[in-house]
Ligand binder design. Structure first.
Ligand code: CA
Length: 229
């Protein structure tokens, strides 16, 4: 799946340079010159990773990073901070605020792309081509195919995205609205019970392989993907 990166940076030239580098690396980049534009972009679609400038007009990137960490929607989105030389001493504060990594300006496009990929691998636990394997289930991200104990699984597109999200976020409970944000994206209007429908289909898909119990209902909270019953 194509990765969606949000660049929050007030300097247009840097924004452009990053966007070009990311799209060359097969990722989709969205720009935001300030926090307000960033919030609007997040409301439309929660990004897979946020590149955040240390110094933004009116607000420090660190304060905004803390806000993103408190927000339910962006709590788990990896953040890479872009800092100017000389600000490295503040690195600790950055990591305190829940930032996953930082890159010192001026940086090369190649360096930045490498950092983005490294953070994504670390936080999402997926490899370059998006392969995931949990409890005998394997997703071949490049081919968009699912295998259960080596046997091919016929799966619908929404169930595929749901399973991919679950497998890369195992053992955490997600409410229906969180699943809607992560799997369906912020742009589409879907009712919460749609989630239940697709959860049922996903279980049905996995049932013949004895893997349906991996998708668990957590009463009053939502759903979880776990090998522990
Ligand atoms: Ca700046």
């Amino acid at each position: 799946m194509q990765k969606h990166i949000l660049i929050v940076e007030d300097e247009a030239a840097i924004r452009e340079m990053i966007a070009v580098a990311l799209s060359r690396a097969g990722m989709r980049a969205e720009h935001a010159p300030d926090v307000r534009a960033a919030q609007e972009a997040i409301a439309r679609k929660v990004p897979d990773l946020i590149l955040l400038d240390w110094m933004l007009p009116g607000v420090s990137g660190i304060d905004y990073a803390r806000r993103l960490r408190r927000d339910e929607l962006t709590r788990e989105v990896p953040i890479i901070m872009l800092t100017a030389r000389g600000e490295e001493d503040d690195r600790v504060h950055g990591l305190d605020a829940g930032v996953d990594d930082y890159v010192v300006k001026p940086f090369s496009a190649r360096e930045l792309v490498a950092r983005v990929k490294a953070v994504m691998r670390r936080t999402l636990g997926d490899s370059e081509n998006g392969n995931v394997e949990v409890a005998g289930l394997r997703i071949d991200g490049a081919a968009h195919r699912v295998f259960a104990d080596g046997k091919p699984v016929s799966i619908g597109p929404t169930e595929y995205r749901l399973l991919y999200f679950f497998m890369t976020h195992a053992d955490r409970v997600y409410a229906r609205d969180q699943l809607l944000d992560h799997v369906w994206g912020g742009t589409v209007y879907v009712e919460e019970r749609t989630v239940d429908v697709h959860i049922r289909r996903l279980r049905k898909t996995l049932e013949p392989f004895g893997k349906d119990n991996l998708v668990q209902t957590v009463r009053g909270s939502g759903y979880r993907f776990s090998i522990l019953v």
